[in-house]
Write a protein that binds this ligand. Sequence first.
Ligand code: NAP
Ligand code: GDD
Length: 342
Amino acid sequence: MKAFITGITGQDGSYLAEFLLGKGYEIHGLIRRSSTFNTARIDHLYRDFHDPAARIFLHYGDLSVSGQLTDLLYDIRPDEIYHLGAQSHVRVSFDMPEYTGDVTALGTLRLLEALRKTGIPTRFYQASSSEMFGAAPPPQNESTPFRPRSPYAAAKVYAHHMVCNYREAYGLFACNGILFNHESPRRGETFVTRKITRAATRIKLGLTDRLYLGNLDAKRDWGYAGDYVEAMWLMLQQERADDYVIATGHTHSVREFAQKVFGILGLDYEKYVVIDPRYFRPTEVDVLLGDADKARRILGWQPKVNFDALIAMMVEADLDLAGREKTLLEAGYVVSGNSQQG
Ligand code: NAP
Ligand code: GDD
């Protein structure tokens, strides 16, 4: 089996690539040209393409360029497409609404069009998002109306409906996975969970003394990314294409997350966390709490890692990272990547 993954260099792309390699897939990933390396999350999986054992192949491209997506599909002829590429940061989408619409909304349309034009019998997964529920009261499931509260959410709603439309209009096997927040040690450092575990562990080792955050009262249904990529694959193995909510069914506030992380490290979060209004969003999603009953019944999917285990995993990984950072700093090296942007 051959899979094409957009967003392979992101958190989910790396876990999905690992998962599919374990199932014997050949993997093709879309990567952006960048002046610094952007493949850190998949370096442990990658082998040079000259190596006969190579099973991951990377192709330069961008979701804002349609012709090339069509060419790539012609050349690769994948059995499955996992479309994870997006401008995925909600706060940033308020600063860059047009770019977010171009990549996150129209990027999906470009890929669907490429698929329709090539006529390849491929199964398509779209990374929809619980952020689309926005102001809709919890719990949220597949029947909950979307009430988007950010340019990112509006872009995802557009992409979601285009997937439904291409399924109905052209008979494509296309699924929307409406995933609630999912985290891991590979989470981008400007998303709140990782921002907290990175800062708290650095504080523990004396590398910094402050963590600037925004709204501590927002509540999210946080799961583990490694569990969620299995659900993506399961959706594409069904007889019929459909849309599914993927969530843990538990919700916690940002404050509670911070309290637990600092607590594990023997620290009191109130001594270190400073509220900076720059991190507030013009419109906020107050509570996300998913009902994944449909996925449980039809896909047989359920999460394995709970909230406490997720936090323990992230703290352990970031404590190790902070330790290595400290060693390098003490040896006189400059260490980057500790910006509290986002
Ligand atoms: P992520 O870590 O931010 O990864 C995003 C990926 O998209 C990266 O590989 C990025 O490439 C790529 N990308 C961004 N702009 C692109 C462009 N113009 N052309 C091609 N590729 C581009 O996101 P994630 O957490 O893995 O999430 C994966 C997908 O699921 C996203 O669509 C996200 O919106 C959605 N989602 C995520 C969650 C969650 O909680 N994680 C929940 C629901 C839905 P670079 O590495 O070069 O930046
Ligand atoms: N990023 C960030 N930084 N968020 C903060 C901060 C901060 O300093 N302080 C408080 N928060 C709050 C945000 O206001 C939000 O309510 C919550 O923490 C979670 O923020 P993020 O971790 O940035 O995630 P998100 O929920 O906005 O979006 C993520 O989940 C969506 C699924 O619901 C992203 O992964 C999206 O791509 C995904 O679709």
